[in-house]
Design a protein around this ligand. Structure first.
Ligand SMILES: Nc1ncnc2c1ncn2[C@@H]1O[C@H](COP(=O)(O)OP(=O)(O)O)[C@@H](O)[C@H]1O
Ligand SMILES: [Mg+2]
Length: 381
């Protein structure tokens, strides 16, 4: 779990890549922010969906950071990604509550009662002294009881909670098959609090929230996060170079936004490195060198993919990279061009690559997630 920034920090580099810092370093997303806040105010939940590394988590934190300014709101940010079962879910949820309570008076007493209620034990980190919960849950029934206890606890508080579940689709991988129903029922009774769900698996989330037979059916508005408007991103980047006394050509910025397919993380990371590397006047030569260094540093990992993937998978991935995206994966011309002889094995490879989250399907095209990997494959093979 990562803290939501409360005070404004001035970073050395104006293009943060690891976490949310403050509105100053967050680009745009004005409409999305307004829409999410308005949904909250009007008693609706939101499900935020996009491919990985486009900016969901950061947007969530930006929204929560704004909502946090209202002292009546209490914010829980819960990352579901590392959880594997309901027991883990109970732990991350409880830890978020403890973290939120920590600065309040009478914290220990209050939280001890809460922890006992969910059959947990409060443990303190040796070094930091930060408390967290150790949960001992034997079966699904006990897990359900603990979850209900958590929600009862929230309901008993006067404040309004805003609860964000990041990478929420992870719950469908739990061995407990009733998880969706258990959570849906608990959330449904939580009238005073708001929920936001977010995740990178479009198919799973779409099915969870828009499939008639599923517990979460139509329980929230679905928002598909798109790429940042390249013009707005260009101005944002330009402004921050200028603020730190560096001059950069706007055309150079838009070239690289386009070059990295406007995939936020890859663009942001590039400009973080270019900012670090350049002097007062940013040159094309410096940009090209940074571009090269980024690939060079990753080469070791990228070569490793040859061992992690089957040879057909690697060939298909390389072919998609070289094309910069492919519409018809089984078309004769594509298969011939890359000497992929068996359409059925290509289909199997594509499915495996999607499963491994190496490629995704969007805008009628199969594309690589990792834009740097795409560039590297194009150049190397
Ligand atoms: N609006 C934004 N302004 C600045 N940087 C952003 C923005 N959105 C995303 N980023 C950058 O992209 C990275 C990936 O975003 P993240 O929210 O973690 O993606 P997701 O949750 O969709 O996988 C962030 O760490 C940040 O560096
Ligand atoms: Mg995320």
């Amino acid at each position: 779990m990562v803290a939501i920034a409360t005070k404004e920090i001035e970073p050395e580099n104006p293009f943060p890549v690891l976490d949310y810092i403050s509105p100053e370093y967050f680009c745009d997303r004005k409409n999305e922010t307004e829409k999410i806040i308005s949904a909250f105010k009007n008693g609706r939940y939101i499900t935020l969906i996009s491919i990985r590394r486009l900016g969901k988590t950061i947007l969530l934190k930006h929204v929560l950071n704004k909502l946090q300014k209202d002292k009546d709101n209490r914010i829980l940010f819960i990352d579901i990604m590392p959880t594997e079962c309901l027991k883990d879910f109970v732990k991350v949820f409880s830890d978020a509550i403890i973290k939120d309570e920590r600065s309040n008076r009478g914290f220990l007493e209050k939280i001890s009662v809460f922890v006992a209620g969910i059959r947990g034990k409060l443990v303190f980190n040796d070094l930091s002294g930060i408390p967290s919960v150790e949960v001992s849950i034997a079966d699904e029934k006990e897990a359900e009881m603990s979850i209900n206890k958590i929600f009862e606890y929230l309901a008993a508080q006067k404040s309004k909670y805003i609860i964000a579940f990041d990478e929420f689709q992870q719950i469908v991988n739990y061995p407990e098959k009733n998880t969706e129903a258990i959570l849906r029922t608990a959330i449904q009774h939580q009238h005073k609090d708001s929920f936001i769900f977010s995740g990178s698996s479009k198919d799973i989330l779409m099915s969870m929230f828009s499939d008639y037979s599923k517990p979460f059916y139509q329980s929230s508005d679905i928002m598909e996060l798109k790429r940042i408007d390249p013009k707005v991103y260009t101005s944002h980047i330009f402004k921050h170079f200028k603020k730190r006394g560096k001059i950069i050509d706007k055309n150079l910025i838009s070239h690289y936004i386009d070059f990295y397919k406007n995939h936020t993380y890859y663009v942001q990371y590039f400009f973080n490195r270019l900012f670090e590397y350049s002097r007062e006047e940013v040159t094309e030569k410096e940009a090209r060198l940074v571009e090269y260094l980024i690939l060079k540093e990753r080469e070791y990992i990228y070569f490793g993919y040859r061992n992690l993937l089957t040879s057909v998978q690697f060939s298909v991935m390389t072919a998609i990279a070289k094309e910069g995206g492919v519409e018809q994966i089984n078309s004769g011309s594509f298969l011939n061009k890359y000497k992929l002889s068996q359409p059925s094995s290509v289909t199997a490879a594509v499915n495996a690559l999607i499963d491994k989250q190496m490629i995704y399907y969007e805008d009628n095209k199969y594309q690589l997630y990792d834009v740097y990997l795409e560039k590297w494959l194009k150049e190397t093979f």
